[in-house]
Design a protein around this ligand. Structure first.
Ligand SMILES: *[C@@H]1O[C@H](CO)[C@@H](O)[C@H](O)[C@H]1NC(C)=O
Ligand SMILES: *[C@@H]1O[C@H](CO)[C@@H](O)[C@H](O)[C@H]1NC(C)=O
Length: 804
């Protein structure tokens, strides 16, 4: 009660005297120093707390505990927050309206100096600076402006753009004397500048958080080089690993996709005081932010109200493993793995808990220390292939063998490499290892480890056991094959006159096939490789006979390719039963599929497939592709996935046709692809750029098929004069704006579908058609997502959709 009264009296007094310095002056006038001291003490311990909903901290107020200030339009909020599960608190700014959990922090004051008791800590003005006092009233953070003595009445205001500004409300100028936008942490909001002060010659530096749960200064930073008008990302303040290229008036040279962007408006400005880059959003209802992420990538994100999550629009560098030393010392980055960072074999994370929080900066350490001096036989070398050799090596003379011995005998040597007849050794930590599976370009490096930590060491016994089991199995297998062949040969010779067996395939005579297809009269369809005809064999089974065109291969090579295709059998792949190779005539004989190809059902209104069937078709097709990509002895890229090549059996279960043909047709294949009208829109962009094609090209085409399963129309149809939006683009925008996904559905389905399934379908489709191959999921990942085993995140907007 007593305290309240004093507080009240003080505030009354203050409202007259306006500001504390003035109030002190008045008191000093009476030279009652001891009273001044007493009142000053009271003032500091009892400063007035913030009223709820205010957007301002004024000179006589303090913020502590769960009090916050909120911007006028309720966009942003400032107060204490806790990062992750720790008990450390920070002063920060976060979005008020997004009920994301945890809140999205855009700025942090005391990044390096957290407090633990927020009720006894205070944020308030001291001598014109906003300062944070910890539990012991010790100043741990300050706005640190040196020219505050002339200020009359200071206030701190949180604005609707997320900027915290400090102003002198006693002066006429509304120009802030300090603002958080000029002291950024990791986030860059629309309207804020990413700049360079031409007077003080200092750059604003954005630095990543140390980990998702630690806002401390991390290793990755972004800053402007004004002379070349480019942004650079650095590791540990020195090692540059990415650049935007120079600003050319409408985009940065190395981010040309910015030009296609119709959501954001970017600009670069320079004057005598400063040079800066800034951006705004055309549509003010879109919430977006840029940040230097913990992954070392610059990310542009937008908020999806529907799913209550942030969506990645783009990130730079695009390839995560291009971030310098992302995985720390002795860590290796694997672009294709679900977990990017891994410790080298025989190494383990220095800190398991940091590692689990995606803070890889601590790197890895050996499981067993190297025993120096004594028994060197206990050491061995781990061979790895990396994109580029790590830095900080020294050069020795000698052959490859001598290089190895040099490293083995030198206690502090961690690794060696013998490249271009040069021996390189590393005595310090190995940084920036990025796995390279492409043997042509990779560099081999040998890392010294304790022999007992290498896997082969323990498994010697298993190898012999395996060999025994293997050879027994081999004998059984060979016997089985012989019996099988004898059996088949008997059956075939009974049923089909002149035909012979080759492997599990039947080698048909041309005349037999001519008879079976009634002189190729019943045409089922045509395609890039030739026409398909219906036929009936002697045993009255129905087959589809494909007459291949433009095969330049010789008979022997053709037979060997075909027999490879013949060994590929899966419930979601059309079975090849046999072939014919007589002179120019090259034919393939497949099982006939009762319900024809998917395109006839989807686009030609034969029969409307319900949602459940469409989902099963997508899943089955994914399984077929997983088999081709991952389960066969050699990975097979289909190269021509489209509804016309997905056949449906009696139960509408999908079976992929025409796999393996890309190899048969060889060089002419891309010509076949691009000249076939039916294939427009399915080939991935890398087909046009001429780079090597990977299984991810199939993933792209598969994504296009998903859109068509959803829509019941060809994606490419939009180009034929209609005003409607390109369908994949429409899907992406509905997803991102959180619209009604069911409205995207084929209208013939009358909205009958499960919302969760449709949403998942749309997300997967958008992931599959990403421009960058490494962003597209593998088919096995798609399979698991569609099965419901894995969740799928919100996809970035595919590049192709920017063309709308
Ligand atoms: C405040 O500025 C001084 C010198 O200008 C500097 O030494 C000090 O580290 C700064 N303190 C903070 C908290 O930024
Ligand atoms: C970063 O650089 C500083 C010296 O500038 C060095 O002391 C520190 O060890 C480096 N950090 C890492 C993780 O290498």
């Amino acid at each position: 009660m007593f305290l309240h009264m004093i507080r009240y009296l003080l505030s009354l007094f203050l409202s007259i005297s306006i500001s504390f310095p003035k109030f002190l002056q008045v008191m000093c006038f009476f030279k009652e120093i001891s009273i001044v001291r007493f009142v000053a003490l009271l003032y500091f311990t009892l400063s007035i707390t913030i009223s709820s909903g205010a957007n301002t901290i004024s000179a006589n107020q303090s913020l502590s505990g769960d009090y916050t200030i909120i911007s006028e339009g309720e966009q942003f909020e400032l107060g204490f927050f806790k990062a992750g599960n720790s008990s450390k608190y920070y002063i920060g700014i976060w979005y008020k309206k997004l009920y994301s959990n945890p809140p999205t922090i855009v700025w942090v004051a005391n990044r390096e100096t957290p407090i633990s008791d927020r009720f006894r800590s205070e944020l308030k003005f001291v001598n014109g600076n906003l300062v944070l006092l910890n539990e012991s009233k010790f100043q741990i953070w300050s706005t640190n402006v040196s020219t505050t003595t002339t200020l009359k009445s200071v206030i701190a205001v949180i604005l609707d753009d997320g900027n915290l500004v400090l102003r002198d409300s006693g002066s006429n100028s509304i120009e802030p004397f300090w603002q958080s936008f000029e002291h950024p942490t990791d986030t860059w909001l629309p309207g804020s500048k990413l700049g360079y002060n031409n007077r003080t010659k200092t750059s604003q530096i954005f630095t990543s958080w140390r980990s998702k749960e630690d806002p401390g200064v991390g290793l990755f930073s972004l800053e402007l080089y004004p002379s070349s008008k480019e942004y650079v990302s650095k590791w540990n303040g020195s090692q540059q690993y990415w650049t935007s290229g120079s600003w050319n008036g409408n985009s940065f040279d190395l981010i040309p996709e910015m030009r296609l962007d119709n959501i954001f408006n970017y600009s670069y400005n320079t004057n005598e005081n400063e040079s800066y880059f800034t951006y705004s959003v055309y549509n003010p209802s879109i919430i977006s932010r840029n940040m230097m992420a913990v992954s070392g990538q610059i990310q542009l994100l937008t908020w999806s109200e529907n799913t209550k999550e942030w969506i990645l629009v783009w990130s730079q560098p695009k390839t995560r493993c291009d971030v310098y030393a992302l995985c720390g010392a002795f860590g290796i980055c694997r672009q294709t793995a679900l977990q990017f960072c891994n410790c080298l074999t025989a190494f383990e994370p220095r800190s398991e808990s940091d590692w689990n929080q995606s803070d890889f900066s601590g790197g890895c350490v050996r499981k067993s220390d190297l025993q120096c001096g004594g028994n060197m036989e206990k050491h061995d070398f781990l061979m790895i292939t990396v994109k580029s050799l790590p830095p900080n090596n020294s050069t020795e003379v000698g052959s490859a063998g001598e290089c190895r011995t040099t490293c083995l005998n030198n206690c502090s040597c961690n690794a060696y490499s013998f490249v271009d007849n040069q021996c390189l050794v590393w005595n310090g930590d190995l940084l920036n290892l990025s796995e390279d599976n492409d043997n042509d370009s990779g560099k081999t490096i040998f890392v010294k480890v304790a022999s007992k930590d290498l896997p082969h060491h323990k498994k010697t016994n298993w190898v012999t056991v395996g060999a025994v089991v293997g050879s027994v199995g081999g004998v059984v297998f060979v016997l089985g094959v012989i019996l099988f062949l004898i059996f088949r040969k008997k059956r075939i010779s009974l049923s089909a006159g002149k035909t012979t067996m080759e492997g599990s395939l039947v080698a048909f005579g041309y005349r037999d096939l001519k008879i079976a297809t009634k002189n190729f009269s019943d045409k089922l369809g045509g395609g890039g490789f030739g026409s398909v005809f219906k036929g009936v064999l002697h045993d009255s089974s129905i087959v589809a006979v494909k007459k291949l065109e433009s095969i330049s291969q010789g008979e022997k090579q053709f037979r060997s390719e075909v027999s490879t295709i013949g060994t590929i059998q899966h419930v979601n792949l059309v079975r090849l039963r046999g072939f014919c190779a007589q002179g120019k005539n090259k034919l393939l004989v497949y099982d006939h599929m009762a319900n024809g190809s998917l395109d006839t059902h989807l686009f030609h209104g034969k029969q409307v497939l319900n949602w459940e069937t469409r989902y099963q078709i997508a899943l089955g097709t994914a399984r077929g592709l997983v088999y081709l990509h991952e389960k066969c002895r050699d990975c097979i890229i289909h190269c021509d996935i489209k509804p016309d090549n997905i056949l449906l059996d009696v139960d509408f279960s999908p079976k992929i046709a025409d796999f393996g043909l890309a190899k048969l047709v060889g060089r002419d294949f891309s010509r076949v692809l691009t000249s076939t009208r039916g294939s427009i829109g399915y080939p991935a962009p890398e087909w046009l750029s001429g780079v090597a094609i990977t299984a991810k090209a199939d993933v792209y085409s598969y994504g296009m098929v998903l859109f068509e399963l959803l829509h019941g129309k060809r994606n490419a149809e939009h180009s034929e004069g209609s005003r409607s939006k390109y369908f994949p683009g429409l899907v992406a925008s509905v997803l991102i704006e959180g619209g009604d996904v069911i409205s995207l559905l084929d209208s013939r389905l009358n909205r009958e579908a499960c919302v969760e399934q449709v949403t998942k379908f749309c997300k997967v489709a958008c992931w599959c058609i990403q421009d960058e191959e490494e962003r597209r999921p593998t088919m096995s990942l798609v399979e698991r997502i569609l099965e419901g085993v894995l969740d799928v995140e919100m996809p970035p907007i595919p590049q192709i959709c920017h063309y709308n």
